[in-house]
Design a protein around this ligand. Sequence first.
Ligand code: COA
Ligand code: AMP
Length: 632
Amino acid sequence: MAYADLYRASLDDPNAFWMEQAKSIDWITPPTKALFDEAAPLFEWFKDAQVNTCWNAVDRHVEAGRGEQTAIIHDSPITHTKREISYVELRNRVANLAGALRAKGVEKGDRVIIYMPMIPEALEAMLACARLGAVHSVVFGGFAANELAVRIDDATPKAIIAASCGLEPGRVVHYKPLLDAAIDAASHKPDFCVILQREQEVAKLIDGRDVNWHGFQYGVAPAECVPVSGDHPAYILYTSGTTGQPKGVVRPTAGHLVALNWTMKAIYNVDPGDVFWAASDVGWVVGHSYICYAPLLAGNTTIVFEGKPIGTPDAGTFWRVISEHKVKSFFTAPTAFRAVKREDPKGEFVKKYDLSCLKHVYLAGERADPDTITWAQNQLKVPIIDHWWQTETGWAIAANPVGIEPLPVKIGSPAVPMPGYDVQVLDEGGHPLAAGELGAIAIKLPLPPGTLPTLWNAEARFRKSYLEQFPGYYASGDAGYMDDDGYVYIMARTDDVINVAGHRLSTGGMEEVLASHPDVAECAVIGVSDALKGQAPLGFLCLNNGADRDSAEVVAECVSLVRDKIGPVAAFKLAVVVDRLPKTRSGKILRATMVKIADGEEFKMPATIDDPAILDEVAQALATLGLPAAKP
Ligand code: COA
Ligand code: AMP
C-alpha cells in the first residue's frame, strides 16, 4: 500500500489499522480491539491484552530458530573491546538476571532504576525488568547525583542497577560515588543495588545494600516471562520540561511493541537478520527504542557503541563500525555529523572503508541543518532521512517511510506524518493554519499506540503540559509549518526547552540552580546558536545588591554549580553578569529577544518592553564573550 493510503487508513479506522499491525506480536491473550477511548482525552491501546515485551524481543526469536544469530554487538573503541551476544545467550543472561532480581523481591509493577553506560548489560537489565513486568527507569550517565536523586524520589524504585563506572574520553565517570550520593540525598531508599564491576574501576560495595551483578545470580532459578496487561507501564523515562522537576514519560507495554515493530520495516527498511545501529545512548529515548527494543523485536542485530563520533580514536569511527559490522541502517544526531565534518570535511576517512552495506542514514534529536544533510549525502551517497520525534512519542511523528514507499527527500523537512499522527499547525487560538503558515504543531487526539498515556504520578501535569492548550489536541511544544505536499517543517520550541548536542535540556531547570547561588539575585538562561552543538546554554546573572564580588569568580562558581547539580551534559559554560534583565512592563523576561541579540539576528523592539536601554547593556555583556550583538 502506498504511503498516502496507509496514512489515511490509519486515521479513518485506527482500530482496523492497528489490529492489523498487532498481528506481528506474540500475545498471551490477544487484544479484542486496539483503541480504548472511554476516558478521553486520555487514551489506551490494546488494554485488554496480555503480553510480555521480553518474550517478543528475545525468546520468540530463539523459539523460531534464530538463537545463534547475533542479537547484540558491543563495539567499544574507548576500551578497545568488541563482543557479540547471540539471541540464545541473551535469553539465558536475561532470564538469570531476572531470576536473581525476583529472588530479591522484585515483582511486576515494581520500579527499578538503571544507571549504566553503553554496555550490553544495560540492555540486559532493561530486558530483565521487562521479563518480570518490573518498570525500569534508565538515567543517563551524564547527569549529576542530584538529578538521579530527583528520579529516585519520583520513581521510588525497589532496586537500582548500576555499573561501577562509565568512560568518557580521558576521564572515568565514577558512577558508584554518584549513586551513593544520590541515595543519600533522596528521601526514598531502594531495598538493594546491583553493581556491575567493570574492570576499568572496581567500586566499593556497601554491606547489606549492594550486591555484585554476577554474585547475586549464583544458584538462582532463571525467570520465565511474566504476562502483563497491554496498558502496563513498560518503563518511565524522565525528560526535561519547563522546570527543574523532570517529566516521567510513561511508555505503555502493548502499544510500544506494536508501533516499534511496525517502524523497523516501514521507516528503517530492515528485515530480520539485518544489522541496525543507533549511535545514541540508552539514557535517551532513541536508545530505548532503537538500541534496545525495536531492533530486537524485529529480530535484527543491534549495536551498542561505547565511543564518540570523533576522538575514539578518530573521525572515521562511524565508518569503521558500519563497514565492520555490515550496518544496513544507521541512526545518529546531526550534531555527531557536524563533529565529524569539522574534523574531516573532505571525508578522507570515509574513503578508507567499504560502506556498500549502508542503505539509509537517519537523523533526529534536533533540527537537521541543510549543510549537514548535504555533506552527509555527498560523502555517504545514500539517502539521509531526517525524522522528527520526542521522548513523549517514543517513535517518529514525521518521517520518510522508505520501507513502504520512499518519498522525495526535501532537505529541511523530516517529511510526512506517520500513521496515527494527525499533525496540524495551529494559531494561538487553536485554529488550523493554511499550508506554509508558521504556528504551534499539535497532534489531533488520540495519539497512536506507543505514545505516552500520562506522566508518572502526575496526571494533572500531563493534562496541563500537553492537553489543555489546544483542547482535543496534543501540544507538541514545537513550532513550524506544513507545506502543500503535507511535509512538516520543525523550526523551534515554544517552551523553555533547548537542544544541546541532541540532548534536551531545560533552561528553567538551569535557572533554578543559578538562583540558588547566594550572590545571584535574578537570572535568565537562553539557548544561543552553536556551530557544533546546535544550541548552547548562556546564563545572565544579576547579583545581589552589596554582593561585592568579582564577576569572573561568580561566573566560574555558577558554571561549576550547574555541573554539580545537573551534570556535565548540561554543557553550561557561558555566563555573564549584568545589572538588569530586559523585561516587559508586566515583568516578563524577554528571553526571545535576548536570543536574537546573542545570535546576531535582526529583531523588532518589543512593544511591551519596559526599558529599551537594557538591551544595549545585554549586547555589551555579550560582546565580552565575543558574541555578536544585533541591534533592533
Ligand atoms: N556520562 C558522563 N558524562 C557524559 C556523558 C555520559 N554518558 N555523555 C556526555 N558526557 C559529558 C561529556 O564528557 C562532556 O563533559 P566535559 O564538559 O567534561 O567535556 C559533557 O558531558 C558535554 O557532552 P557533549 O555535549 O556530548 O559534548 P562533547 O564535547 O563531549 O561531544 C559531540 C560533542 C557532538 C561529539 C557529542 O555531543 C555527541 O556525540 N553527540 C551526539 C549526541 C547523541 O547521539 N544524542 C542522542 C540523540 S539521538
Ligand atoms: P527528545 O524528547 O529528547 O527526543 O527531544 C525532542 C525534541 O527534539 C523535539 O520536540 C524537537 O524540538 C527536537 N527534535 C527532535 N527531532 C527533530 C527533528 N528531526 N527536527 C527538528 N527538531 C527535532
